[in-house]
Write a protein that binds this ligand. Structure first.
Ligand code: HAM
Length: 412
């Protein structure tokens, strides 16, 4: 018989390790819920055109999509990123603005698998549509900063820039293009032939050739129009007021093409540079229009759950929580009492488990010791006793009618 493994670039997360995923998502849900974001659940696949609106020159769209024709001949793709789906849903349903939504979802990118880079990864994120207020940018950026603080991460660096808008970016793009054309033969192999697609991406290239060639290139931050400059000043002042520290980084471009104005990335400095992007986001004030909707400003972020947990490992924080049971039921009388008593204990709100297969007293006791329960209820033909499993103590005989109350009393 052949055996199977999870597909290349994917992985299973088993309990108890998965408890960290659960806890991380629940922390995130609490944090963004308190800020007025509601959960948005959207399909894991969309018409491929939805994702193409993210920008044809991005690697995510050009090279990494898991796309295929379904049985009805529709060309669809598994979600490579979350923003396009949220904006598609916004344009389709036109909810009251501002519309503030959060999500947790698997994302699929056909990348070359390596540490921290998978073909299926998971993101938590938010998107806020319908307001161009710079203070909304501050709110959105402060959320991951708060999450990282709550997790105990200390070595997170926030890189921040503005990519301008339709008023100031086109002229800057031309200026940068002219600069790069003069130095085209000095760029890395990948970028020599690709500057026309998106010249800004060259600024983000990590290779030495591009870094050297663009050292003195014109910077968007020096070319912002008055409105973009005022917006960016307000964002910086807001972050300062909230005590969120950041580094202005005019070379920050990000891998997606929809960004306008405020753009940011959280870097986990405890990780190697190839996998240290813990999350990022920014404004995308033209994306709703690109999706066929009315002009609607928007901003959001996505955080990589696996990257965050790797950063937690590297900093030795937010370990796997110990999951504990309250009570374990052992029954040597045939199992009916275990069945009914376990159900009653759970109905009373206790965390209860039991042994199976009517095994010997010894085998069941071993299972109880192996479980994380604090107490065992032992059902024998002539009596029911409660015993402590983690510390020494007397076995206490209890009245069969009263077991749930007695267990509760012992736990207290
Ligand atoms: P992104 O930077 O492409 O942005 O992805 C967000 C985060 O997902 C990354 O910072 C990283 O932590 C994680 N990530 C991405 N690709 C992988 C991978 N192959 N393996 C493991 N983790 C990965 C977006 O997707 C935007 N939608 C974010 C956004 C929301 N911008 C505005 N709103």
């Amino acid at each position: 018989m052949p055996t199977f493994q999870a597909p290349k670039g994917t992985f299973d997360v088993l309990p108890p390790a998965s408890a960290r995923y659960e806890r991380l998502v629940s922390r995130f849900a609490g944090l963004v819920g308190r800020a007025g974001y509601g959960l948005l659940v959207s399909p894991m696949f969309e018409d491929v055109e939805v994702f193409r609106r993210v920008g044809e020159s991005t690697d995510v769209v050009r090279k990494e999509m898991f796309d295929f024709e379904d049985k009805g001949g529709r060309h669809v793709a598994l979600r490579p990123e979350g923003t396009a789906s949220v904006v598609r849903a916004y344009v389709e349903h036109r909810p009251q603005a501002p519309f503030k939504a959060w999500y947790v979802a698997p994302h699929f990118r056909h990348e070359r698998p390596q540490a921290g880079r998978y073909r299926q990864h998971h993101q938590v994120g938010v998107e806020a549509l319908g307001s161009a207020d710079a203070d909304l940018d501050v709110e959105v950026i402060a959320l991951p900063a708060q999450l990282f603080r709550e997790l105990g991460l200390q070595r997170i660096r926030l890189r921040l820039t503005s990519l301008g808008d339709d008023t100031c970016r086109p002229a800057y793009r031309e200026e940068l293009l002219a600069y790069l054309r003069e130095r085209q033969d000095q760029l890395c192999d990948e970028h020599q032939g690709r500057i026309e697609d998106n010249p800004l991406r060259v600024l983000d290239c990590k290779r030495e050739a591009c870094r050297t060639a663009t050292k003195d290139s014109p910077r968007m931050l020096d070319r912002l129009c008055d409105e973009c400059a005022a917006h960016f000043d307000r964002v910086k002042a807001g972050l300062d007021a909230l005590g969120v520290t950041y580094d202005i980084d005019p070379t920050l471009v990000r891998g997606l093409d929809y960004y306008t104005r405020t753009t940011f990335e959280f870097e986990a400095q405890a990780l190697d540079s190839s996998q240290n992007g813990a999350g990022g986001g920014g404004r995308y004030d033209r994306l709703a229009e690109a999706m066929g909707g009315p002009p609607t400003p928007g901003i959001g972020f996505g955080l990589g759950i696996e990257r965050i947990l790797l950063a937690c490992d590297a900093e030795g924080v937010f370990g796997v929580p110990e999951t504990t049971l309250d009570v374990f039921v052992i029954d040597t009388t045939g199992g009916e009492t275990a069945r009914d008593l376990t159900a009653a204990l759970r109905a009373a709100g206790l965390r209860a488990d039991r042994a199976w297969d009517n095994r010997s007293w010894k085998a069941q006791m071993k299972a109880a010791m192996h479980s994380t329960a604090a107490l065992a209820v032992v059902v024998e033909p002539e009596r029911i006793t409660i015993r402590t499993l983690r510390e020494k103590g007397e076995a206490e005989t209890v009245d069969g009618e009263n077991v749930v109350d007695q267990v509760r009393k012992r736990l207290a």
